[in-house]
Design a protein around this ligand. Structure first.
Ligand SMILES: [Fe+2]
Ligand SMILES: [Fe+2]
Length: 465
């Protein structure tokens, strides 16, 4: 274990050197392909290195997913390289305000969030400054317009949000260019700069929209727009699930409803909360009859040993993971598949093994994990157990449902399955409330119609009064 940790630390350090020293150099070489760059190599290298080190240290500490998945690091870097590779073209064709800084910032914002986009804006605006021969105006215009546009748009859930961000960038760029030119050089407004600066965000947007599906496919880091497409239930895996395991399909749809509401309530990613649960039990496509929700009287578990029972049940996680790789599902959806049972015990079959006097330990009957590492994944784990338990209630009422949910959530919390998820106690309280609402609306008893004719008459009379 210690050797593994040591190896990990060395790799982390190497990655840091690579990022702090080599990447700025490569970005610099790319950027200096632009003509007329007079600033010295050493000065430009120091500028880019400083900007890059500060911005990347910031996201490395702030954005948890960079620590969980190495793909975030490589994708972020690839987007920076791609953007800077386009700088010489923009510069030669349109001049210093034609650099597609917004293209890179927008792409990072859409797939990794606004915090990461802010870091990308710092690095890309600094490289643009080098191309602009150290001009403060260039730096100010690019960094403020790109960060401002992304934060004013807040979330990229619809395609229209791309246009909204570009419009914000256009407004900020042109107003900044106007005020800088009027402030520093009265009566010398460069119309060409204004037009190019204003059009640049739109060209960048078209480019970003066009390249987004390729980035998603290659990196398996999906934007909310890509996730919504995936969640329209026409994915081949979901169609297969609905035919082979209709019970699991129904369970997944209910879970999706629960997780979306809970994620929205606690401020987590509700699009991921809705789409991830559709796929969480996708591994049940293989041997669906071994899972309660798909059984109709016959339970094939009765004819095999407890250890075999355990292997069959646990295999749905492993097989689900294989399918998610094969179909290139988003990394965060794959996480939900692997983490929705955490390292919990399959207690039913453990008890069965004990009753058959087998020499087993509780650890022989655990899911392989890992425990949920994101809030959304933690919500799926809670929803999964709550839905199954509430479904098994004999005559569910809202209070029975609420008590059952509280009991299940407390149990999972006390097993410390949620330790790495980032869910707070306040989050958990709100999740319980949302689950109770959704499940009560679904499973509570319907008021029965009176069967006695006299009773029916009495009700009708009362209704007429
Ligand atoms: Fe499962
Ligand atoms: Fe499930």
């Amino acid at each position: 274990m210690r050797i593994l940790n040591l190896k990990k630390t060395i790799f982390e350090k190497k990655r840091m050197y690579f990022y702090y020293l080599i990447i700025p150099f490569l970005l610099l070489i790319e950027g200096r392909f632009s003509l007329d760059v007079n600033i010295s190599w050493i000065s430009s290298y120091i500028l880019i290195m400083a900007a890059n080190s500060v911005s990347f240290s910031w996201i490395n500490n702030q954005v948890k997913l960079f620590k969980i998945h190495i793909e975030y690091f490589w994708t972020y870097m690839a987007i920076l390289f791609l953007t800077v590779a386009l700088f010489p073209i923009g510069y030669i064709l349109f001049g210093v305000y034609g650099l597609p800084v917004f293209f890179g910032v927008l792409l990072v914002a859409v797939i990794m969030g606004n915090e990461s986009a802010m870091a990308a804006a710092v690095t890309l605006s600094t490289v643009a400054t080098v191309v602009g021969n150290g001009s403060f105006n260039v730096f100010a215009v690019y960094i403020i317009s790109s960060i401002g546009a992304v934060f004013l748009t807040k979330k990229f859930v619809r395609r229209f949000d791309f246009s909204k961000a570009s419009l914000w960038s256009l407004i900020i760029t042109t107003s900044m260019l106007l005020s800088l030119e009027i402030g520093f050089y009265p009566y010398q407004i460069h119309l060409k700069d204004l037009i190019i600066g204003g059009m640049n965000p739109f060209f960048s947007m078209f480019l970003a929209v066009g390249i987004l599906p390729y980035v998603e496919y290659l990196s398996r880091i999906y934007s909310d727009i890509g996730l919504i497409e995936l969640g329209n239930l026409s994915h081949p895996l979901l169609r297969e699930l609905s035919i082979k395991a209709p019970g699991t399909y129904f369970h997944s749809v209910v879970l999706s409803n629960m997780c979306e509401n809970a994620a929205q309530r606690i401020g987590a990613n509700y699009v991921l909360g809705r789409v991830g649960p559709y796929f969480h039990d996708i591994g049940k496509i293989r041997r669906p009859e071994f899972f309660t929700e798909n059984q109709h009287g016959v339970n094939p578990h009765d004819s095999i040993s407890p250890m075999m029972n355990y292997f069959v049940v646990v295999s749905h996680v492993k097989f689900g993971e294989e399918l998610s790789k094969k179909y290139r599902l988003p990394l965060l959806v794959e996480d939900m598949i692997k983490e929705h049972h955490g390292t919990r015990m399959v207690s039913f079959f453990y008890q069965k093994a004990l009753s058959e006097n087998l020499n087993v330990s509780p650890d022989d009957f655990r899911y392989p994990g890992p425990k949920p590492r994101t809030k959304e994944s933690g919500i799926v784990m809670l929803a999964d157990s709550c839905e199954a338990a509430v479904r098994s209630l004999k005559s569910p009422t809202p209070s029975k449902i609420r008590n059952m949910i509280e009991e299940i959530v407390n149990r999972i919390y006390n097993e410390r399955q949620l330790d790495d998820s980032g869910l707070t106690l306040k989050d958990i309280d709100q999740i319980v409330e949302e689950f109770s609402k959704v499940l009560s609306a679904m499973y509570k008893n319907r008021i029965e119609y009176p069967k006695n004719p006299k009773e029916v008459e009495r009700v009708i009379k009362l209704a007429k009064m």
